[in-house]
Design a protein around this ligand. Structure first.
Ligand code: SF4
Ligand code: SF4
Ligand code: FES
Length: 256
């Protein structure tokens, strides 16, 4: 059995430092396994957040060798082990303890986004009719596990600290899922431009590169939302057409 060194950030909101831990490693291990081994044998007070160990709960987000990643989905044999593997908390959020950050800002942002508002049912039995291609378009966005790695990597939040003016890629994905839902009749375009800062995104695609669910955040969510903003604000014919279309959506012909 081999061993490897892990340089783990230890500290809290007042500050901290990296400490080195060596532990035995074996075939198939992921970074979270190594952190658990270190926790069990050398640092019982090491704090890390995790739940599923299957890439589905979004809890174990951290920065591994400087890259935002899920600890449970990062295999040791994909990392160079001839030098220490650095593991530190996400930088875009306030540190709480060791690898745990305070991500509560994200949940406050989510509450500010207008919720799903379906049009009246299409049929007298209270059901709706939707085209499969319209369902397929939003299905991708529903894969989000709220790991917030995209928020962590986005320079608007990470470097420019625009948390009060910019909701971040995760919530553009969330807004896109609602805006493009075939039944939704709410209009979120004014907020996207005025208070949610979509204009700050300069489509660097860093968020897309780190998404563990491979959601095409920029191409499929942010760019179509930006196009809606442009249509509404700078294309008067598009604006009038949209108003007519939305009015018709609110009063669909009842199905026989
Ligand atoms: S594409 Fe936009 S939202 Fe994504 S990381 Fe870049 S600036 Fe942020
Ligand atoms: S969009 Fe991707 S990176 Fe962002 S929170 Fe969801 S799963 Fe994580
Ligand atoms: S422990 Fe759930 S995503 Fe890593």
């Amino acid at each position: 059995m081999n061993s490897a060194t892990f340089r783990i950030w230890r500290g809290d909101a007042r500050g901290g430092e990296f400490r080195d831990y060596s532990t035995e490693i074996s075939e198939g291990m992921v970074v979270l396994d190594a952190v658990h081994d270190i926790q069990a044998t050398q640092a019982n007070d090491l704090a890390c957040r995790w739940n599923c160990k299957a890439g589905k709960c979004g809890s174990c987000s951290a920065e591994i060798n400087g890259m935002p990643k899920l600890m449970c989905m990062t295999r040791l044999n994909d990392l160079p082990l001839d030098k220490a593997v650095t593991i530190e908390p996400m930088k875009a959020f306030p540190p709480l303890k060791d690898l745990i950050t305070d991500v509560s800002w994200n949940f406050a942002v989510k509450k500010r986004i207008k919720p799903f508002k379906p049009r009246p049912p299409d049929a007298p039995d209270g059901t709706w009719r939707m085209a499969q291609r319209d369902i397929d378009r939003v299905q991708e966005f529903r894969k989000c596990i709220e790991c917030f790695l995209c928020q962590d990597v986005c320079h608007v939040l990470r470097d420019h600290h625009k948390q009060d003016q910019f909701i971040g890629p995760r919530f553009f994905v969330y807004s896109a899922a609602l805006e493009m839902h075939p039944l939704d009749i709410e209009d979120r375009v004014v907020e996207l431009r005025e208070t949610q800062g979509i204009g700050y995104c300069n489509i660097t695609k860093c968020c897309t590169k780190v998404c563990p669910e491979n959601i095409h955040i920029t191409d499929n969510a942010i760019i179509p939302l930006k196009e809606r903003v442009v249509d509404d604000y700078y294309d008067p014919l598009g604006w009038i057409w949209k108003k007519i279309r939305r009015r018709n959506e609110r009063s669909p012909e009842p199905l026989a």
